[in-house]
Design a protein around this ligand. Structure first.
Ligand SMILES: Nc1ncnc2c1ncn2[C@@H]1O[C@H](COP(=O)(O)OP(=O)(O)O)[C@@H](O)[C@H]1O
Ligand SMILES: [Mg+2]
Length: 257
């Protein structure tokens, strides 16, 4: 079976990209899959959530900018049961460094081809810049977390436009595997937003919704996957169901849209 490469992206901050990347990766690992998580955010939230204050001299920046072998920057997390390519603040300067390079949009693609895992999860930064484009071109599947409270159709259309440009302009085969409703709270406005999201994306919306659940934030701060922090919590249950849906989702070849 080919490695499934999933990019978790949405240019909006705070919609649970990182929380989803971490907990999805951990759940897939728990289900027996071999998983690697790539932190593509200069804010290194995934790295910090997994490893705490520990910093890594060599990280994804060195792969992208210095062409360092990706194998030599991989870290293992026992707590999450996954391999991680960490990030650090210097990644914020990577765009400037690779801007003049030919093939600058597919640097990550090239350096991740040889990885051998069941799943590669890429936690994208909250922007639509070159780092996100690199995250997208390195992947075949896109997972878009959307928080109904911040839902903006205009924002989603921008993201779709970038994805289409990546497909048409860069020969990428990426398609939306799913839209994930996150931080859901039962309220009139959020119910309306949820319906709008379902109307727009149809069956691309995952059946499971991630509820607003403080346990997720606590697990994040405790540097643990939510299932280890509190297996019975609503957050743990939701991410377990998400992993199940993703494992069962058969990625189809693109048919145009
Ligand atoms: N379902 C949730 N319930 C409660 N807090 C959440 C939930 N999802 C994410 N959070 C918290 O919200 C904040 C932003 O989430 P994060 O995953 O970092 O978003 P992003 O990566 O999109 O910026 C974090 O403090 C995180 O712990
Ligand atoms: Mg994040």
């Amino acid at each position: 079976m080919a490695m499934r490469r999933i990019c978790v992206a949405n240019q909006k901050g705070g919609v649970a990209k990182t929380t989803t990347s971490l907990n999805l990766a951990a759940e897939l690992a728990r289900a027996g899959k071999k998983v690697i998580l790539l932190d593509m955010d200069p804010q290194y939230s995934s790295t910090a959530a997994i490893f705490g204050n520990q910093r890594f001299e060599f990280n994804i920046y060195n792969v992208i900018v210095d062409k360092m072998d990706i194998q030599s920057v991989i870290q293992h997390s026992d707590a999450f049961g996954i391999d991680v390519v960490p990030s650090d603040i210097e990644l914020s300067g990577a765009t400037l460094r690779i801007n003049e390079h030919i093939g600058r949009e597919k640097v990550l693609y090239h350096y991740t081809r040889k990885l051998k895992y069941d799943f590669m999860i890429v936690d994208a930064p909250p922007s639509l810049g070159l780092l996100t484009v690199n995250a997208l071109t390195a992947c075949d599947e896109l997972l878009v977390p959307i928080c109904p409270e911040f839902f903006s159709l205009k924002g989603i259309k921008l993201l779709e436009e970038i994805v289409e440009n990546v497909r048409v302009g860069l020969g990428s085969d990426i398609k939306i595997t799913g839209v994930l409703i996150t931080r859901f709270r039962e309220r009139l406005v959020t119910n309306e937003a949820r319906n709008a999201i379902r109307n727009y994306f149809g069956n691309k919306v995952f059946k499971v919704m991630i509820p607003e659940n403080i346990t997720l934030e606590e697990a994040h701060n405790a540097h643990l996957p939510v299932y280890k922090y509190d297996e019975k919590s609503k957050g743990a249950e939701a991410y377990r169901l998400l992993a199940k849906e993703i494992i069962n989702a058969r990625p189809q070849k693109n048919t145009g849209k």
